[in-house]
Every structure is written in structure tokens, then in C-alpha cells.
Design a protein around this ligand. Sequence first.
Ligand code: KG4
Ligand code: ZN
Length: 353
Amino acid sequence: MVLLAIESSCDETAAAVVSDVGAVLSSVVHSQVNEHAAYGGVVPEIASREHLARIDDVVARALAEAGVGVADVSAVACTYGPGLIGALLVGLSYAKGLAASLGVPFIGVHHIEGHLLAAAADVDSAPFVEPPYMGLVVSGGHTALYRFDGVGRSSLVGQTRDDAAGEAFDKSAKLLGLGYPGGAVIDRLAQRGDASRIAMPRSLRDRSHFDYSFSGLKTAVRTWVEKHRQSTGHDVAGQDLFDLAASIQEAIVDMLLHKAILACRRKQLSTLVIGGGVAANSHLRAEAVRRGRDNDIRVVVPPRALCTDNAVMIAMAARRWQALQRTSPLSLMAQADVAVDRAGDAVGPATVS
Ligand code: KG4
Ligand code: ZN
């Protein structure tokens, strides 16, 4: 018997199959990046329609790759929030309908708890980690630090006051005409650049809180690009582009890790787990491990495929709720905006069988 998990909160339609003992049997992710690229960002209506068109196929492939049939599914899990409401509704309705038709338990998972638990998946010999730990979730929509003590026991430590770190990457890339999403492009260009050439601002450095701000960086990039255009008469290109990409990346990574390491030390947590799409960034991955070593903090960054949105992380959270005998009512609604400390509201009280 297996657990089937589904994720459809943003622009990835994903399904994963996990065995009774938690082994990952399959993970299928259909990315909608190509559908949204022309618009420079995720278009909610397109996302919903695309999820609807793909979900059947994505689930069928996940079951087939796991070598199981739908009759082997003993529980269905799905993200119920936060995210785009129309996108969430597609996965959630599908998951609830499937659970009802099979007569098996349904588990609604909070998307951020998923990211916090991506590091718990035992795939590709990824390091296995147990709570308590500090979680840094960095994506296109979120940038926050959480203390994680287990499912239903996450608490916010700090968060961005304006843009998410992924947005800072994407908006910088857009200014430079690099297309959407731009994080991975900046990562690639930065590898040929000198990060020390162009000074970029680091906001909210003070040690009195763990919040972030990335809007000043965005303004600095725009100002630099405009000045460059005025003085040279052309767009940023060649070595200038490599150096600017490296400088932007360096500033974002430095800001992220400065507060993350500070939070670990202050809250006396010796493990830092990083998740979300930006955790795919090569400089962040390397620098996090380096700073962790310097500060006696164990840094765990899951494989790239588990950092960006996927259903394995949803399965990891669902397994933990199941172990606590907690499942969700089929009346669970999709929620566009729900804080992670409310994750336990989605699953009913423990039922002792
Ligand atoms: O978690 P995710 O797949 O989707 C959500 O936003 O929930 O994260 C997408 C974000 C985008 O902003 C993208 O530019 C960024 O992750 N990203 C990266 C890299 N790969 C993806 N940012 C920096 N470096 C990368 N290699
Ligand atoms: Zn996400």
C-alpha cells in the first residue's frame, strides 16, 4: 500500500508516490514555466487551466513509475494552501475526489511545511534530518525563517518585509532582459563574474530581528543599469553582465545567510535546513555549507529537484500527520493565504484506531 501526494499551489503540477515505510517510489513534476514565460510571471488563470489539463496524466505517470495501480493507494495527500486559489482548487478537488472514491484517508498539507520537510526525503542519498531545526524557505513567493519542531509545530522567526528573494532574482533578470524566471540564468552568468566589482546594498543588517528586505537591491540594480546605459550608450552585456549577475547574487545570498545563521545561534538550533526554488542556487548552496562550517551549524540543502515545488515534500509532511493519526475532513477548503502555524487546523484531532 502506498501514499499518493499531489501539489498544485503555483505553476508546477506534481504527484509523488511514497511507500508505507516512507521510501520515495516516484516523483513527477510538470512545470508550466513555458506557459507563463511570455507574460514575465505566473498568470493565475493560465495556471489553473494548465493544472486541470495535466493533473490526470501527472498522477497516472507517478503511479506507473512507482509500479503500482490506483487500488494500491491507501491514502491521498494534497497541498491545501497557501498558493493561487484556482491552482490549489484543482489539486485539492482531484485529491479529495480520489480519496472519497477509494474510501481511503485524505491529508491536507500546508505548502510551507512541505518545503520544511523536503530535507526529510531519503532520495539520492540526501542527508536525512530530524527536528528541531531552523528552516529557511526561499522561493518566488516566500522568504522566511521558521523554527520547525515537527508537523503542526512551526513558528515564524523572521520574514521579508517586501519582495521575496526569488522575486529579487526574477526582477533583476527582467531589468537585464534575461527572461522569466531569471534566478537560474543569473546563477549561470554569475559563475563567470567578479562579485566584488559592483557594490550592491545589503538591507536590514541589524541584529535585533530576523527580517529581510530586498526592494533596495532591486532599486540599486535599476539605477546601475540606467547609469550604465547613459554612460556607454548600450545595454549591460559581456563581462559587465557577468559581474553584475555575480554581485546581485552575492548580495542576496549574503543577506539570506547572515540572518539565517544569526537566527540559528540566537535560537540555539544547530541545524539549518534550506528549501524553496532559490535553494537551487549554486552559490547559496556552497556558501551555506561554508558558513555553517565556520559557525558549527549543520546545513542541509535537499537535492535541487526537492527544493523547487514537488509532491515528495507533501508526502513527507503527510506521512508525519499519518503517524500522529491525523487526517483531514473532505470538507477542507483551499486557502490562498494561511500561516504555517495553522497547519494543524487542516487535520482533525488524533483518532485512535
Ligand atoms: O519554489 P519555486 O519553484 O516556486 C515558488 O515560487 O513557489 O521557486 C521559484 C523561484 C523563482 O523566483 C526562480 O527564479 C528561483 O526560484 N530559482 C533560482 C534558481 N532556480 C530557481 N534562483 C536563484 N538561482 C537558481 N539557480
Ligand atoms: Zn513552493
